[in-house]
Design a binder for this molecule. Sequence first.
Ligand SMILES: *Cc1c(COP(=O)(O)O)cnc(C)c1O
Length: 414
Amino acid sequence: MAFAYHDDRLFVEDVPLADIAARFGTPCYVYSRATLERNWRAYDDAFGSRRHRVCYAVKANGNLALLNILARLGSGFDIVSRGELARCLAAGADPQHIVFSGVGKGAAEIRYALEVGIGCLNVESGAELARIESLAADCGRRAPVSLRVNPDVDPQTHPYISTGLHENKFGIPMAAAAQLYEQAARSPHLAVRGIACHIGSQLTSLVPFVDAIGRVMELVHALAGRGIRLQRIDVGGGLGITYRDEAPPAIAEYVRAVSDAVGRDYELVTEPGRSIVANAGLLLTTVEYLKATPVKNFAIVDAAMTELIRPALYQAWHDVLPVERTDSAEVRRYELVGPVCETGDFLANGRDLALAEGSRLALMDAGAYGFAMASNYNARPRPPEVLVDGKFVHLVRAREVLEDLWAGECTLPA
Ligand SMILES: *Cc1c(COP(=O)(O)O)cnc(C)c1O
């Protein structure tokens, strides 16, 4: 295990977290290269020899060093903006192995994607298809497209991260897809590659994935009957992880299930984000104050919803581990809260911990949707990101300095 105690000290790979806290300060995100690579390889190995591409979903964590490590393994990427495309290219990704998702691609984003030779645009509406066609005609390129359909399957996850229900904003309704495919197939400016779906995030059961793919494959076969033969089936991302007591299938089980549901006649694309980076990262924090009120014990720490918004946004659970286990303080039940001026600014509720001022804690499984969703609210500079590789420690993003907070702003002339 990349995160483990040795003599009551919590390590990341071969490095004690206390050393990282001493060197870089807190709050600080810490990532394990070995865990990142193990998770990506679990997908790639499970696919074996079948035609496939693992396209890491950049929105989960877009740090350049992480993207570069994945690109070196041969990963593709799933992006949702021109900024993410630029990040991937800066990290050395092959544009042919990038798929562009998202309901609101702007004209400049589509043009940029076509200019760099994007692998596929996953189209989410008839209006977007028409826009892509006309931009492709303008720049004299044939745009590679898949239609992202909405299979109307309940993923049984938190409503904010469900995307595959017909009431969600995502995807093209199944009933409308066939006609759009016929339109796309006739266009000299579009190259129809395949079909895509993505039904939600943090799914802990295979059933919704298999149901959704079943519906998608019915459409694929119907299209083949009309002479439209699709090459690639993009099954999206969304496999869950264990934050607390969830029991998601192993990556290999997931791969077996989606591979069987698609069949061997197609290239299979997956877009995992969370299941590749979540458990490869943690957020390191320090207790500033202990504050006992008549009803609660608060541990006020130096991290906040600005660094890890998942608890505030989805009532999410993150494990809290002491960086050094000690019996010099009494175990009490604590509410872990940050300094931000919002009652919703909590990181963990009701945890039994032995704390003192200055105690260091690790909020586990913060590699996905941690830094990626961080903000400067309350004028808080964003923390550094540190990557551990065996006994080596790399600062892969520096802590923001105060001047960064107003970069690009100016005052009015006197
Ligand atoms: C968010 C997203 C993903 C990744 O989801 P995870 O739950 O992080 O695996 C993949 N594809 C699309 C289209 C997405 O929006």
